[in-house]
Design a protein around this ligand. Structure first.
Ligand SMILES: CCCCC/C=C/C(=O)SCCNC(=O)CCNC(=O)[C@H](O)C(C)(C)COP(=O)(O)OP(=O)(O)OC[C@H]1O[C@@H](n2cnc3c(N)ncnc32)[C@H](O)[C@@H]1OP(=O)(O)O
Ligand SMILES: NC(=O)C1=CN([C@@H]2O[C@H](COP(=O)(O)OP(=O)(O)OC[C@H]3O[C@@H](n4cnc5c(N)ncnc54)[C@H](OP(=O)(O)O)[C@@H]3O)[C@@H](O)[C@H]2O)C=CC1
Length: 291
């Protein structure tokens, strides 16, 4: 696969297959837009003419994007918001409406987890990950839908989940939360179709964002083996898929989950924690373990 640029300058020139002006004057809210996939998506939307709003918990991350957008003359609203806090979510939507109007597109990308063996996860840790990835994502999509319904307007949601078809060893809490998002999306896609609301999920495999730094080096060293392409994806790859799902080209697609994992659901070996010896590569190591 061709290497894609990771720097901000790279995001300005990264190859684009979506049409010029595709999102001209659309209002796009991207959660977790201060880094990684969310930042690449914010950039792509701005390049395609959108008015972009981003949120995240860390002001410094948002400020970096704010400065870059100002330098390029792109409109941006950046607001700190913990998506687990319903009051903060309401305030965020109020701020976006006041600045740009009701969003047309919500990219529900904020999320994450810590890697830990399933038997070691504490109740508090479980709740933190479920509340971030399931409850937070839900609060954002429900708030968007309530406002679209009240305004008699349609809208589009793209939820970023994770490729979890074969489970995700080392992040059981996140795997459960993402499965919840996929099924909530299917359900809401039916309930909200009469209002002209589409909801789809993008399930990334391993993507070379700064977010991967939270994983142990021994796990990261094996990430390229997690799929038959034997490579990790780039945030820009994810951004362009989000762009497709958010666009009218996907107007007949709702309740779907698009997996972008280099074929990892079909073949490959993912461990987000150190691989137990039982699953080790060499026959000798495995034999040692059995005997
Ligand atoms: C094929 C698919 C592959 C999937 C690969 C996925 C890759 C990615 O997703 S990359 C993006 C990664 N980015 C992140 O994960 C960053 C976001 N993560 C977080 O912010 C945290 O992990 C969070 C989800 C737990 C939320 O943080 P917060 O609410 O601030 O929670 P605390 O830090 O206060 O922790 C609460 C509680 O959780 C337990 N815990 C947290 N971190 C760890 C850890 N490293 N190890 C073990 N346990 C942890 C712990 O119980 C914490 O409570 P206290 O012990 O009282 O601190
Ligand atoms: N990179 C990968 O391989 C994969 C990533 N994903 C998912 O894709 C999404 C983007 O991840 P990626 O760009 O790679 O990694 P990042 O860690 O760079 O992005 C996660 C973003 O979410 C924000 N965020 C996390 N928790 C909250 C919260 N409670 N409220 C508001 N914002 C929050 C973070 O900002 P802040 O910390 O400032 O709040 C950050 O900007 C995440 O949901 C991730 O789990 C899924 C599969 C694989």
């Amino acid at each position: 696969m061709t290497a894609l640029p990771v720097s901000e300058a790279g995001l300005d020139d990264a190859p684009m297959t979506l049409a010029d002006g595709l999102f001209r004057d659309r209002v796009v809210l991207v959660s977790g837009g201060g880094s990684g996939i969310g930042k690449a998506t914010a950039w792509m939307m701005a390049r395609l003419g959108a008015k972009v709003a981003i949120c995240g918990r860390t002001a410094e991350r948002l400020l970096g994007v704010e400065t870059a957008f100002r330098d390029r003359g792109w409109p941006l609203l950046a607001q700190t918001c913990d998506i687990r806090d319903e009051q903060a979510v309401e305030s965020l939507f109020d701020a976006v409406e006041a600045r740009f109007g009701l969003p047309n597109i919500l990219v529900n990308n904020a999320g994450g987890q810590f890697a830990l063996a399933a038997d070691k996860i504490t109740p508090k840790g479980w709740r933190a990950v479920i509340e971030t990835n399931l409850t937070g994502t839900w609060l954002m999509m429900q708030t968007a839908a309530q406002r679209w319904i009240a305004a008699s307007r349609g809208g589009v949601v793209v939820n970023v989940t994770a490729a979890n078809e074969r489970g995700m060893p080392g992040i059981a809490h996140s795997s459960a939360a993402r499965a919840g998002v996929v099924n909530a999306s299917r359900t809401a896609a039916v309930e909200w179709a009469p209002y002209g609301i589409r909801i789809n999920c993008l399930a990334p495999g391993l993507v070379d964002s700064g977010g991967l730094s939270v994983y142990p080096p021994e796990a990261r060293a094996g990430f390229h083996r997690a799929n038959p392409q034997r490579s990790v994806g780039h945030p820009w790859d994810m951004a362009q898929i989000i762009g497709f799902l958010a666009s009218d080209s996907a107007r007949y697609v709702t309740g779907a989950t698009l997996t972008a994992d280099g074929g990892g659901a079909l073949w490959g070996d993912l461990w987000t924690i150190e691989r137990p010896v039982f699953f080790s590569d060499t026959q000798q190591e495995a034999a040692d373990h059995v005997s």
